[in-house]
Design a protein around this ligand. Structure first.
Ligand SMILES: [Fe+2]
Ligand SMILES: [Fe+2]
Length: 168
């Protein structure tokens, strides 16, 4: 059985993961507006992953005999100054999520919740990937700066995510 503190913290995490999905969908719409369809595609897939993250916590709570409590999802921003600003926000957001996952793991250690520890180890590895991808995007966009053609090349590359080439 899941403990009350872990259940409450995981219900909060479900909300954070859905907010991440909302944020990335909002970013996808921003890129669609700018005709950067590759960036938009990448953000949509990122949003899909966040929904999957939310559902992992949802299923874990139910499997552990707990109660899922869905909370209101806040409205994400809709406007950014540049692609770089979007990428920087993704990186900052993922760093926050990593801190939140680490807090959950601390709680699982404190509560001696071994199933939660095992489940959260997946998220700890996943956050390494998430932060790496976001930081790479920031670094590439900083290199590109105002060179419009390079942005289009990166847009094309991002459009390949989920295809035959390796996962981004
Ligand atoms: Fe996530
Ligand atoms: Fe994420």
């Amino acid at each position: 059985m899941i403990g009350q503190a872990m259940q409450a913290a995981m219900n909060e995490q479900i909300n954070k993961e859905f907010f991440s999905a909302y944020l990335y969908l909002s970013m996808a719409a921003y890129f669609e507006d700018k005709n950067l369809t590759g960036f938009a595609h990448w953000m949509r897939l990122q949003a899909d992953e966040e929904r999957e993250h939310a559902m992992k916590f949802y299923d874990f709570i139910l499997d552990a005999g707990g109660h899922v409590q869905l909370k209101a999802i806040g409205a994400p921003e809709t406007e950014w100054k540049s692609s770089l600003e979007v990428a920087e926000q993704v990186a900052a957001h993922e760093a926050k999520v990593t801190a939140s996952i680490n807090d959950l793991y601390e709680l699982a250690l404190k509560e001696k919740d071994y199933p939660a520890q095992v489940m959260l180890q997946w998220f700890i590895s996943e956050q390494v990937e998430e932060e790496k991808n976001a930081n790479e995007l920031v670094a590439k966009l900083r290199l590109i700066e105002e060179r419009g053609t390079a942005v289009l090349m990166l847009d094309h590359r991002l459009s390949k995510r989920g295809g035959e080439e390796e996962e981004e």
